[in-house]
Structures are given as structure tokens and as C-alpha cells.
Design a protein around this ligand. Structure first.
Ligand SMILES: Cc1ncc(COP(=O)(O)O)c(C=O)c1O
Length: 451
């Protein structure tokens, strides 16, 4: 499957990149981007003959793996038929993509507003909630990520917000449950759940319920650490929203479309939000696409009153065609069920077994194809392997761990003191085991930094 190595071509690609491409989230002079020659299924490769098992699904978006033939064909067919059309028209692939998404989202989330990605989905969900309620504030959690545009970055609860923390009028952060590093000094899931709900209700009371438009939560926080909430937490948040007339927005940009072993992570908890944001897995990012699934009640607000928001490429035909093919292929090939099975049979047990042998592993948690491995210097105190938001020398242990993964043929997802095992939902048992073996090797490097 890999193409023939071609180091000269790789060097040219890299040189043009370094000369002209301005990269996200980076000091431009300090990065060394890998030149990628191709990808298929769970793997991608460079021009030097190195192949990597993609345990990051890129940015946790290639749920269906790279170059799925049915999705590639759908994009090609749509390109030949109708590449683009303005959002104001009704067009077959857009109608069908909206129908397929609405059919799978929980409850009465039956209207779909399409965007180009996750941040725009969050921007629009917040706008809808504010207009629907006539209230200004939005509550979101620390340890979260919601995107890099104006409202989305202010709602984010990680260090990426700090540089943009200027326009955050109406944004209030609170602590969501995370037993391993409990903000509430809890000792059990039940305590954590109960105290987190009390903290949220106190926050609502002190902010003034009548000023709060929405509570925005990742159903299972992703980049911030895959903290699966205790069973009663999200139903408890739903009840608080109902009590105070607050819109519940669940951000499923990362957790949605099979990642957790269900179509949506909300399905694990029996909770229906008023708005649900999605992107990434909806079409595995083959063409940029995101959106907001909207409840009947909020849709009714905009039945005779115009919705003041739009995008030139809302519901782009190439993106929608790839979403239709992705959702159909996921259903036909049992890809969501595969993610659930791999999580239960291979990734969960395999990562727990690594935790037993490696002193650098503090905790393993997750579900489906969505797992976090928390790396620590000291298991007893739970001191993280690197400090929160560490850079440069302070981050050396994680840099060494990352390099060891790559040397073992695994492309890891790494954030702060964690690595996430987030392969495509199509990953086979033998690929998942190959990934676990590479992590085993790399963890011996992390172990060297333990006390
Ligand atoms: C939960 C969540 N919300 C929103 C976003 C932003 O999506 P995008 O990068 O497509 O704008 C992300 C991206 O990682 C995400 O994980």
C-alpha cells in the first residue's frame, strides 16, 4: 500500500511548507512538520519509507480511517455532478446528509444547520441559545476545548484560551467531574457526581439563573483528557437546565459519530440536549464539515423570525456527499459497533495491563476508540509527568515519550501529561494490539522520569 520512498520529493514538499505555510498553534521557526506522502486505513507514511500506525486519527477525526473507498468515490461522483451551490437552495446531498444526521441524533434534534467545522458549530449554537432565551451568559467547563474562533475559544477551558481571553463577556467557567484529579476532594464517583452538580447549581445561583442562556459541555471531554462523566452527572445537568430554563448544548465534535462506541456519546447517558454540535467524524474530515443539530423548540424560535447567521459554504455539496457516504458506510460495515468492541476487548484491557507494568501510568480511562493514559511522575501523589501547560525543557519527558512512540512506528495523540489512544473506529484488533505494543515500548522511556 505505501508508495515508493522518494526523499527528494519529500525534501521539496518540506521546503515549500517551511517557506510559505503558516501553521496552527505553533512558533513557526521551532516546528519540523513531517511531509506525508499518503495514507490508507489506520496508517499514513512519509517520503522516506516510514509508515505510522495512526493512534491519533489525525486530530481525532478520521473515524472511518484514511481513504475509505466508498467516501472517496462519493466525493468524486459529487464533484463530477455539482461541486458547489449556495446554501439557499435545496439540493439532494444536503437534504440527505441532514436527514441521516437528524435520524441518529438523540430525541427531537431534527433540524441541522451545517458549518465548515467544529468551532463554527459552537459559535452558532451559542448564538441560537442566546437568541432563544434572550439571556447573555454561557457556562462552560475548565478542562475543555470548543474551538479557536471568538466565542469558542473564550468558552474553551484550556491554555489555548489564555492568549485570546479578551472578549469573554458572558463566559463563566466551572468545574466538571474528574475523580482522578477531583476538584471536590471526592473519593468516589457518587461523591464526585453529587458535588459537581452542587457546584454547578451554586454557580448558576450566584451568576443569576435569569442571565444564563446555555450550559455548554463536551459530553465526554476529549483533548482535555477523556474524562467519562459519572452516570448521573449529565442527567443532573439536564435537570438543572430544565429547572432554570437554560439551554443544554452538548459538544460532540470529538465524541460523536462512533468515537465512544455509540453514534453519539449522549446515548450512553440517556440525555437529549437542546443543541448538539458535531464535526470531525461526521465525514471523517475528508471535506470540512460541522454543524448544529437543533431541537424542535429552538427551531420554532426561528420559524417566522430570521436566524441571523450563515456561511457561504453551509452544507457544501462535496462535504455533504462525503457525510452521506460516511454515515452509510459506518452503518453498513458496523463501524460504531467495531469501536465499542475494540474498546471493550482490546484497548481497555490492553491499556490496563500496561498500567500494571509501567510506573509512569497513573490512570487509564475511556470507552470505544477513545482512551486516555494519564502519565505521572509519582503514582502515590499523582504528580503529572510534566506540569500543566509545560513547554520547552519542562516538557522534556513528554517530548521523549512522543519521540519513542514515533520510533516504534506509532503516531500518538499527546496533550500535556497524557497520551490518548484514539485510532480510527475501523481499527482492527491486530492493529490495536500493534499500537499497544508500541506504547509498551514508549512507556519504558516515560518510566525513566518517575520518582
Ligand atoms: C470538542 C471540540 N469542540 C470543538 C472543536 C473545534 O473544531 P474545529 O477545529 O473543527 O473548529 C474541537 C476540535 O478539536 C473539539 O474537540
Amino acid at each position: 500500500m505505501s508508495t515508493q520512498p522518494d526523499p527528494a520529493r519529500g525534501a521539496a514538499v518540506k521546503a515549500a511548507d517551511r517557506a510559505h505555510v503558516f501553521h496552527s498553534w505553533s512558533a513557526q521557526g521551532l516546528i519540523d512538520p513531517l511531509a506525508v506522502a499518503g495514507a490508507e486505513g489506520s496508517y499514513f507514511w512519509d517520503y522516506d519509507g516510514n509508515r505510522y500506525l495512526d493512534f491519533s486519527s489525525q486530530l481525532v477525526n478520521t473515524n472511518i480511517g484514511h481513504q475509505h473507498p466508498k467516501v472517496v468515490a462519493a466525493i468524486q461522483e459529487q464533484a463530477a455532478r455539482l461541486c458547489t451551490i449556495a446554501p439557499g437552495f435545496a439540493v439532494d446531498v444536503r437534504s440527505e446528509a441532514a436527514r441521516l444526521v437528524a435520524e441518529r441524533t438523540p430525541g427531537d434534534l431534527d433540524k441541522i444547520f451545517f458549518t465548515n467545522g467544529g468551532a463554527e458549530a459552537v459559535e452558532n449554537a451559542v448564538r441560537m441559545a442566546r437568541l432563544h432565551t434572550g439571556r447573555p451568559k454561557v457556562l462552560s467547563a475548565y478542562r475543555s476545548y470548543h474551538g479557536a474562533t471568538a466565542a469558542a475559544i473564550n468558552l474553551t477551558g484550556d491554555p489555548r484560551r489564555w492568549a485570546s481571553d479578551t472578549g469573554s463577556a458572558g463566559v463563566i467557567h466551572f468545574w466538571a467531574p474528574f475523580l482522578y484529579r477531583s476538584p471536590f476532594h471526592a473519593e468516589s464517583e457518587e461523591q464526585e457526581c453529587e458535588r459537581a452538580l452542587r457546584h454547578l447549581e451554586d454557580t448558576i445561583a450566584f451568576e443569576g439563573p435569569a442571565t444564563i442562556a446555555a450550559i455548554l459541555l463536551e459530553t465526554v471531554p476529549g483533548t482535555a483528557g477523556i474524562m467519562v462523566p459519572p452516570p448521573g452527572y449529565l442527567p443532573g445537568v439536564r435537570a438543572l437546565c430544565d429547572r432554570y430554563g437554560i439551554v443544554l448544548v452538548l459538544d460532540e465534535v470529538m465524541a460523536g459519530f462512533g468515537r465512544t462506541g455509540r453514534w453519539f456519546a449522549a446515548d450512553h447517558f440517556g440525555v437529549t440536549p437542546d443543541l448538539l454540535t458535531f464535526a470531525k467524524g461526521v465525514n471523517s474530515g475528508y471535506v470540512p464539515l460541522g454543524g448544529v443539530a437543533i431541537s424542535a423548540e429552538i427551531a420554532a424560535t426561528f420559524e417566522t423570525r430570521p436566524y441571523p447567521g450563515g456561511l457561504t459554504y453551509s452544507g457544501h455539496p462535496l462535504a455533504c456527499a462525503s457525510a452521506v457516504a460516511t454515515i452509510d458506510a459506518m452503518a453498513e460495515e458496523g463501524i460504531v459497533e467495531n469501536a465499542a468492541r475494540i474498546g471493550e476487548d482490546v484497548l481497555g484491557p490492553g491499556l490496563r495491563e500496561l498500567a500494571e507494568r509501567h510506573p509512569s501510568v497513573g490512570e487509564v480511562r475511556g470507552l470505544g476508540a477513545f482512551w486516555a493514559v494519564e502519565l505521572v511522575r509519582d503514582r502515590a501523589t499523582r504528580e503529572p509527568l510534566v506540569p500543566y501547560a509545560a513547554t520547552g525543557e519542562a516538557n522534556a519527558p513528554m517530548a521523549a515519550f512522543t519521540a519513542a512512540c514515533k520510533a516504534a512506528g506509532l503516531w500518538p495523540f499527546v496533550n500535556m501529561n497524557r497520551t490518548h489512544a484514539v485510532p480510527p473506529c475501523t481499527v482492527t484488533a491486530s492493529e490495536a494490539k500493534e499500537g499497544l505494543a508500541a506504547l509498551d515500548e514508549a512507556l519504558t522511556v516515560a518510566d525513566r522520569y518517575t520518582v
